[in-house]
Design a protein around this ligand. Structure first.
Ligand code: AHR
Length: 343
């Protein structure tokens, strides 16, 4: 081989190595997008365009909620949906809403991460003449003129139900007067679900001098944080009687921490567990007896949202609030509902 051919071959090899390197570093250097978005081109002009900003995908409840809206606001049903997942960040939701405004969607639907801090962006939506429909969670009472309607759960009633069940259960076991040490695993601080459930439960707790809320700490509605916080609480308080966990995901984590501490939960254990959401996996634990009570939060809100939009399209007046139906599950009734629970 002469010198020129060797240099040529080496050059080709160098280019090939550089290309492989660029491809690999490109693939590994890719960052997760801050806001997961599904943007499509609208084909049919007659479809009602809806921008939906979801708070995240932190729980089975949340992914079921997303699916419920996506199914109800489908093309077959006359809608064109732009979906955006804010990954628990308010700033991502604000960005998504601004995007919907500049796209001039017909409606904005969103589940606010927390209650405060929406005035500016929702005023922009109002000025653009785009009706805003809140779903699941709410915004501050003082800003209620910035949205048209809300579809969701009565979170305070859910908290009340948890407290009422505990009072009933203590009385049923002849322990109404017994001292009771309670810890509360809160969800995302300042979200409607956290505020409502906390307020509702505290309302009942206040009526019982023998109930002691030792500590309320946030587990952010996730299994990992729920476990972490519960493990710390078990070390700090060796005599916990009741865990009120504001969603099933945190309950799964808390139960793991309790098991690892060598303690048992539920009807045969030392620690009473009250959970919220009532997803199938949790209801199975209610049936098994390791969760005592699960207060339902109904994520199937899509149909109601679609119905409200249709009403608005027909120029009809809509209510300011639409509530979904919810139950309380214990071992006494859960069997009747388990089979039909799809999420
Ligand atoms: O706002 C509803 C709550 O948010 C659900 O209880 C929880 O699972 C979700 O993350």
């Amino acid at each position: 081989m002469n010198k020129d051919r060797i240099i040529g071959a080496l050059l080709l090899l160098l280019i090939a190595v550089a290309m492989i390197f660029l491809t690999i570093s490109g693939a590994f250097g890719k960052k997760e997008p801050m806001v997961e978005e599904i943007k499509e081109e609208q084909e049919d002009e007659n479809l009602i365009v809806v921008g939906f900003s979801q708070v995240g995908s932190e729980s089975i409840w949340r992914t079921t909620h997303t699916r419920s809206l996506q199914e109800a606001l489908s093309k077959e049903n006359g809608f064109f949906l732009q979906y955006s997942n804010a990954r628990q960040k308010q700033e991502n939701q604000i960005k998504a809403i601004r995007g919907f405004i500049s796209q001039r969607v017909d409606y904005i639907v969103f589940s606010p991460a927390t209650e405060d801090g929406w005035e500016t962006v929702l005023t922009e939506a109002k000025d653009a003449g785009i009706p805003v429909i809140l779903v699941d969670r709410k915004i501050a009472e003082s800003e209620s003129d910035l949205y048209t309607t809300w579809v969701g759960s009565d979170m305070t009633a859910e908290g009340l139900r948890a407290g009422q069940w505990l009072a009933y259960e203590q009385a049923r076991r002849g322990r109404a007067e017994a001292e009771l040490n309670i810890v509360v695993l809160k969800g995302t601080i300042d979200s409607t679900s956290e505020r409502g459930r906390t307020a509702g439960f505290e309302q009942i707790a206040k009526k019982h001098d023998n109930w002691h809320i030792l500590c309320s700490e946030s587990g952010d509605f996730t299994t990992s944080k729920g476990k972490e916080v519960m493990a710390q609480l078990l070390k700090r308080y060796p005599d916990i009687d009741v865990v009120v966990s504001q969603n099933d995901e945190m309950t799964f984590g808390a139960m793991e921490a309790i098991r690892e501490a060598g303690l048992a939960t539920g009807i045969h254990g030392r620690i009473t567990i009250i959970s919220f959401d009532s997803v199938k996996e949790a209801l199975e634990l209610v049936e098994e007896g390791s969760i005592n009570c699960d207060v339902e939060c109904n994520p199937l809100q899509g149909e109601l949202v679609a119905e409200v939009i249709r009403k608005l399209e027909r120029g009809e007046k809509v209510e300011k609030e639409y509530f979904v139906e919810e139950k309380v599950f214990t071992r006494a009734n859960v069997k009747d509902y388990l089979d039909e629970r799809l999420y």
